[in-house]
Design a protein around this ligand. Sequence first.
Ligand code: ATP
Length: 240
Amino acid sequence: AKNGTFLEVADLRAGYGDGTVLDGVDLAVAEGEICAVLGPNGAGKTTLLRALCGMVRTEGTVRLDGRALPRRRPEAIARLGVAHVPEGRGTFVPLTVEENLRLGAYTRRDRQGVAADLDRMYGHFPVLRERRTQAAGSLSGGEQQMVAIGRALMSRPRLVLLDEPSLGLAPLITRQLFQIVRTINEEERTTVILVEQNAHLTLEFAHRAHVLEAGRIVLSGSADEVRADEQMARAYLGIE
Ligand code: ATP
């Protein structure tokens, strides 16, 4: 993208019903970046991802690669290359692992490309290859999160929105999952927005981070800069 900005968000407002949750969010994400969005419960992190993929009422500007994303048209936004992995994963528990992964490619007609991508996903997540014929619901939480991410990647997105993938996972499992996300980001140049409450671990994996509080970005910088910010450290990292 020109001038380095791949996703540009300007004065984004969003909410439910008459209520406002996002109150003027500005955000710039470079192509190929892992961008963390941190912040307390209720700050609006989930709403930000929903706004980006067209699931809530929005005002303001969202541009992907210079192109304005349509409002409230999730399918059209998905076709432009934005994939959303919602909180709680959204795997189809009675379907097998492979059926779940294939659902991510349901709009694609190139059978060979889909087969190759399926193989690539199993390369990233070898445990899913072993469990390909098992019901997704029989997998561990970490494995189900892998299915959800793998399914999103099967659409060959340019931007992946991950909503709190660590939810309910043990720290070691979360670390392994983030490691895989980083490998995918490096190998496939997929841009990632990672919403998390677990600031410590997330800052190890993100390139840049933004702190959202009460619907506004209150701090932005490289992962190191955000980690070094005193207020941030006190509020979210448990550092005195
Ligand atoms: P959490 O980590 O708890 O999910 P968050 O930062 O992701 O927090 P949001 O889930 O975006 O925050 O919620 C922001 C505000 O929007 C909260 O006050 C919440 O109650 C409200 N909200 C979220 N979803 C809805 C909805 N579907 N309808 C009405 N209000 C909602």
